[in-house]
Design a protein around this ligand. Sequence first.
Ligand code: SF4
Ligand code: F3S
Ligand code: FES
Length: 260
Amino acid sequence: MSEPTVARINVDALRKPSSSGAKIRLHVARCNPRDPADVPRMQTYELPQTEGMTLFMALSEIREEQDPSLQFDFVCRAGICGSCAMVINGRPGLACRTLASSVGPDVTLMPLPAFEVIGDLSVDTGKWMRAMSERLQTWVHMKEVEVDFTRIEERMEPDLADSIYELDRCIECGCCVAACGTALMRKDFVGAVGLNKIARFRLDPRDAREDAEFYEIVGSDDGVFGCMSLLACHDVCPKNLPLATQIAFVRRKMAAAGWK
Ligand code: SF4
Ligand code: F3S
Ligand code: FES
């Protein structure tokens, strides 16, 4: 099998040594699940800390100059795609939005738990998110069976559109799942990301589903009643989504639907 292509970035353009001459040491979890002989281990890399250096930049420099076999994910480098999420000194976060100076000089990097490890810091959040999305049917269930493409789009009050947009800002990074004790114990728990999506589609007036139908998909211990209000999800969400209020809201609505 051919090796995956490694994206190249211009590390020279990023190199302006910090005036203090500081070094950063990354202690990185290494593993290759595709190699039966591989032994998971920690590996330390040291490099000069440059001004404004993020952990993503440090990892890229290591891959360019010290160890091309190091695996980690990124796409946008701007906190938008969610690919670079990892556990940084014990706390899930985005490598591209974390300044090395804020977590160094010694930084421990681990892959997000709860997701399948592809290698080193790279995990398959996509597989998990897709399964969650199919299970919760995270798309608008239109009232009409036939879609009329000639019809003018339905009006929506700006405040309501803003409220939906607020919840739609989720980038599916997986940090909330990795930080959640319930998600780590209960493999089928839909996580804060899933409950946030239910809150989002419940708000949407174009979605024909009633609370009784939402109850069918999240009114269980794998859904909203499995949440123990640990709130780590709320603390780590890099997009600052209002997860605590949304989960509490969904719980109240589902409890009411369950009594009916
Ligand atoms: Fe990431 Fe926040 Fe979405 Fe969870 S809710 S997947 S932490 S953006
Ligand atoms: Fe987990 Fe967040 Fe609930 S951390 S237990 S989903 S409040
Ligand atoms: Fe896209 Fe970090 S690379 S969020």
